[in-house]
Design a binder for this molecule. Structure first.
Ligand SMILES: [Cu+2]
Length: 532
């Protein structure tokens, strides 16, 4: 294949710096940093390395937070990998200030080395060694050995992509650098086939997999949260369809570029897709939230696609036979992907079915209009176990959100009386004409342990007008456990927006919570309601 397409390839020579127009700074910068395609990619890679180095210098990294971040990669990994990650984390912990500064300087050195022409090879060589360490200890091999790798959230790991892009732009005058044209395309195909396969894994293709992944994505900016909420809402319940579609698209994308079937169109599609992943699933790598170590895989995939672009033939259509073979191969792969996905989905459904038979109704509601109208009719009350005459009542989930590892759940049940007791006197709060009892659960997302000592303020609006604006009582209940609750009266049927302002838990903390939930945090859910 490479022999027949050799004429299509436009080799990028290193010395095409004769483009300097006039003597302006801009033109000279262009001539130095972007004299040709390969140099431009080298410079972009250098800038990303500088960003990484800068992020590594954040104060968070000098706290136990960085070590915990490393250790978090170890949990659930195979033994040999977990122990090596733990060894790395504990070594770093031993003298964190020194090690972390070294990490940062290494990345800054690679960045500057890429920007300064005479040291490009040295910097790239150093980056190859460094990314192996980072991919291993910092990313746990992109979580590939666990059931946690999701292309949407950055699998198979940004570090791997730094290395591949680096090899592609190695300054040896050969198209495709160290990989060569054929190697580059095969690597591309392998990456996308792995991503196709990852989409089909159970945790990535369940009904709410994409919804949950987007909800858990970092943000740090209100507009980004809005976009992510909107996307999560759209993905609600559609996880399987999304996974099958993206698995098929990924497979076709990888193969099409490898066999030169409309490669440039597919490279553009790859860029668009990864920008979507980057914004929705990776929240720009969380760099606006603090505590991020790199901008994550989306950006690197875009760079990789750009690096491949000149290695693919422009425009000229391939002979018909080849095109047909290509589409047949892509179609067959898509079909296999679909079949595998359906098999997975069946298994998934049968596994999760028993969980729905509890007294708590399935949280099919969520952050939007897709939610069924809440209806608190008594007839939906399940028999269930009773305790001293107190029956478990059905609850409906209005929405869930993740805040730095704290799972925030807003749910409602039929209005109930509750007692406020301050130690000497007590007052009974009667539900009156309340529409429902609102409960906010704060739990550790990993362990499920409730998180007390926080403050939750609930504001409900309808068409922008505030209809409820009160603090939630810290509350305990036999079936609900500790929660933050209040009875809420709404003016009538309609679509409402619930905003929760959660203030940091005021308490001493074990060190694993030392650096989270330090500032108030707001989340919003939209829900329809009608009285019974
Ligand atoms: Cu309550």
């Amino acid at each position: 294949m490479s022999a027949s397409t050799a004429s299509d390839v436009r080799p990028m020579e290193e010395g095409q710096s004769g483009r300097a127009r006039g003597g302006t700074v801009l033109a000279r910068a262009h001539a130095y940093f972007a004299s040709d395609h390969r140099r431009a990619i080298q410079s972009a890679l250098g800038v990303i390395w500088l960003l990484d180095g800068g992020l590594q210098l954040q104060s968070f990294m000098y706290s136990g937070g960085f070590v915990r971040f490393l250790l978090a990669n170890a949990s659930g990994q195979p033994g040999w990998l977990a122990s090596s990650i733990e060894w790395g984390a504990h070594t770093a912990q031993h003298n964190l200030a020194v090690w972390n500064t070294l990490f940062a300087l290494t990345q800054l050195a690679i960045g500057f080395g890429l920007l300064y022409r005479p040291t490009v090879k040295l910097a790239l060589g150093g980056s190859f060694a460094w990314v192996l360490v980072v991919w291993w200890v910092g990313e746990g091999f992109g979580m590939l050995f666990m059931n946690m790798a999701n292309p949407l959230t950055g699998a198979p790991g940004a570090a791997l992509l730094y290395a591949i892009v680096g090899m592609l732009v190695w300054p040896n005058g050969q198209p495709g650098g160290l990989l060569g044209v054929r190697g580059a395309k095969l690597t591309w195909a392998a990456l996308w086939l792995v991503m196709a396969w990852l989409w089909l894994m159970g945790p990535n293709s369940s009904a709410n997999a994409t919804h949950d992944a987007i909800n858990a994505a970092p943000s740090g900016m209100s507009w980004l949260s809005t976009v992510q909420d909107w996307a999560a809402e759209g993905a609600q319940g559609n996880g399987l369809v999304i996974a099958l579609l993206l698995a098929a698209v990924s497979a076709v994308l990888g193969i099409a570029v490898a066999i030169d079937w409309r490669p440039r169109q597919f490279l553009v599609l790859a860029i668009v897709l990864n920008l979507l992943y980057w914004v929705l699933g990776q929240g720009f790598g969380g760099i606006f939230e603090g505590g991020a170590t790199d901008p994550n895989a989306g950006l690197l995939f875009v760079l990789l696609a750009l690096a491949l672009y000149p290695l693919t033939p422009a425009g000229r259509p391939r002979p018909r036979g080849a095109a047909r073979r290509a589409s047949l191969a892509a179609g067959a792969l898509a079909a296999i992907a679909l079949l595998a996905g359906c098999a997975k989905a069946d298994k998934q459904a049968s596994m999760s079915a028993p969980a729905m038979s509890t007294s708590i109704t399935t949280p099919s509601a969520g952050t939007g209009s897709a939610a069924p109208t809440m209806n608190m009719s008594a007839s939906s009350s399940p028999g269930g176990v009773t305790a001293n005459g107190v029956k478990p009542v059905p609850v409906q989930v209005l929405g869930t959100a993740d805040w730095q590892g704290m799972k925030i759940t807003a749910q409602v049940m039929t209005p109930v009386p509750f007692v406020v007791y301050d130690g000497t006197s007590k007052q009974v709060v009667k539900p009156g004409k309340a529409s429902f009892h609102l409960m906010v659960m704060l739990n550790d997302a990993d362990t499920g342990v409730p998180i007390p000592y926080a403050t939750v303020w609930a504001t409900i609006t309808k068409n922008g007008k505030v209809v409820f604006d009160e603090r939630q009582w810290p509350m305990i209940a036999r079936y609900m456990g500790p929660h933050y609750g209040n009875d809420v009266t709404l003016p009538g049927p309609g679509t409402y927006k619930l905003s929760l302002l959660i203030s940091p838990p005021v308490s001493a903390r074990h060190v694993e919570y030392a650096n989270v939930w330090l500032k108030p945090h707001q989340v919003s859910f939209t829900f329809p309601w009608k009285p019974t």
